[in-house]
Design a protein around this ligand. Structure first.
Ligand code: ADP
Length: 410
């Protein structure tokens, strides 16, 4: 069965068509600037009926108006079934659609087949993720309109973290805010934390349920999670993805009183300050707008730029502090995994974190292994007390697996 995986943002839509049996990506791409002038579709056929064709592996870009997400999905479906460049004969060859949904609140502790009732429950979580959930729902609606007979599944970023105990998810706030508004830690990147922690156990040939694993998902957005005996017990993002690590442009943890302080000093309102904390902070802000991209920061660091150096050191220090906190939360740690754009690619950042701070855990880094890319590997030495690994994440594959599992049961 082929599964279409959709990750819908407010003006963009990423997709992959995955053969659930072979787990091969048959086609992938994205629509950008939906509803804005200059919208375009980027599409790459990789397998399926494009196999053997000259088009296979060739990225195509089409600039064409898309006034909304329905237009965008219509174009994606047309590209997938196109006589020349398509990868399937007709839409009947797409067995199910898996949608990434950011916030499932307390309602969704696992993925679910989408029904009208599920859509209403996702809508009820819109308050908790006002930038993301409405966009995810628009993608779901558009797909249901164009493929009314095809089963759809929602896979939530928050679901994996629903196993956290209340001591990990409660904030030190008046209890009534939890009761009235469900203000608590939810956590995000759950699909990635789940995929990577399971994969680590598999690669090590160990039972998932026997391990204490810390996953460091370090991308533009970044979070750490503690996975004990196969269940998430804590994670660094909170009610929203703003909490925790210092990220590309997000501040992560700060003293909440800073918000009032900036408001008074700079004459800014709450929306303006939230914009600063989400878009102008993190390593971008720390580096005086040099970059939010760790490739640029690493280059700056090596050239002796003090702001780049400080941004990277502050980032690495915060990651190391969370690792320490989660080793304490689980009373030990067997495996530490690095994943996502920075975690998978930057041996420099991994070394900064492991060598500088994690010696007390008995960790010894294998410098040669740390240089490798794109593999599921251990980067600690065989005698290291904790195994440190690089596990490339694959959220689309995880969504496809969930979608296949739930729709095959029907
Ligand atoms: P997101 O999904 O949150 O947008 P990704 O997981 O794709 O983020 O990570 C993107 C980030 O990964 C980039 O901003 C960049 O900082 C970092 N990155 C990618 N390649 C490298 C590399 N070779 N070295 C260092 N950092 C890298």
């Amino acid at each position: 069965m082929n599964i279409l995986v959709i990750n819908c943002g407010s003006s963009s839509l990423k997709f992959q068509l995955i053969d659930a049996q072979t787990e091969e990506v048959i086609a992938k791409g994205l629509c950008e600037r939906i509803g804005i002038e200059g919208s375009r579709l980027v599409y790459t056929p990789l397998g399926g009926s494009a196999q053997g064709h000259a088009v296979q592996g060739q990225k195509q870009e089409t600039v064409t108006p898309m006034k909304n997400h329905t237009d965008a999905i219509r174009l994606v479906l047309a590209a997938l079934t196109d006589e020349e460049t398509g990868v399937v004969g007709d839409l009947g060859e797409i067995g199910a659609v898996g949608h990434r949904v950011v916030h499932g609140g307390e309602k969704f502790a696992s993925s679910t087949v989408i029904t009208d009732e599920v859509i209403r429950a996702i809508e009820a979580c819109n308050d908790l993720a006002p930038l993301h959930n409405p966009a995810n729902l628009i993608g779901i609606d558009a797909c249901r309109e164009l493929m009314p007979e095809t089963p759809m599944v929602a896979v939530f970023d928050t679901a994996f973290h629903q196993t956290m105990p209340d001591k990990a998810y409660m904030y030190g706030l008046p209890y009534e805010y939890y009761e009235k508004y469900k203000i608590r830690r939810y956590g995000f990147h759950g699909t990635s934390h789940s995929y990577v922690s399971k994969k680590a156990a598999e690669v090590l040939g160990r039972k998932y349920e026997d391990l204490k694993i810390i996953v460091c998902h370090l991308g533009n957005g970044a979070s750490v999670s503690a996975v004990q005996n196969g269940r998430c017990v804590d994670t660094s993002m909170g009610l929203t993805p703003l909490e925790g690590l210092i990220m590309g442009t997000r501040s992560g943890d700060i003293d909440p009183a800073i918000i009032e302080f900036i408001a008074h000093k700079e004459g800014k309102n709450i929306d303006e300050i939230m914009q600063i904390l989400n878009k102008k902070s993190g390593v971008l802000g720390l580096s005086e707008n040099l970059s939010s991209d760790f490739r640029d920061l690493e280059a700056g660091y090596k050239e002796g730029n003090p702001r780049a150096k400080n941004a990277m050191e502050t980032f690495a220090y915060r990651v190391a502090k969370y690792i320490g906190a989660y080793a304490a939360a689980m009373n030990g740690v067997d495996v530490i995994c690095f994943t996502a754009g920075v975690g998978e690619n930057s041996d420099f950042v991994r070394k900064m974190i492991c060598q500088e701070y994690l010696g007390y855990l008995g960790i010894a880094l294998d410098e040669a292994a740390n240089q490798k890319r794109g593999e599921d590997i251990a980067i600690s030495t065989p005698d290291s007390k904790v195994t440190v690994m690089v596990i490339p994440t694959n959220e689309e594959l995880a969504i496809a697996r969930e979608t296949c599992r739930l729709t095959a049961e029907r």
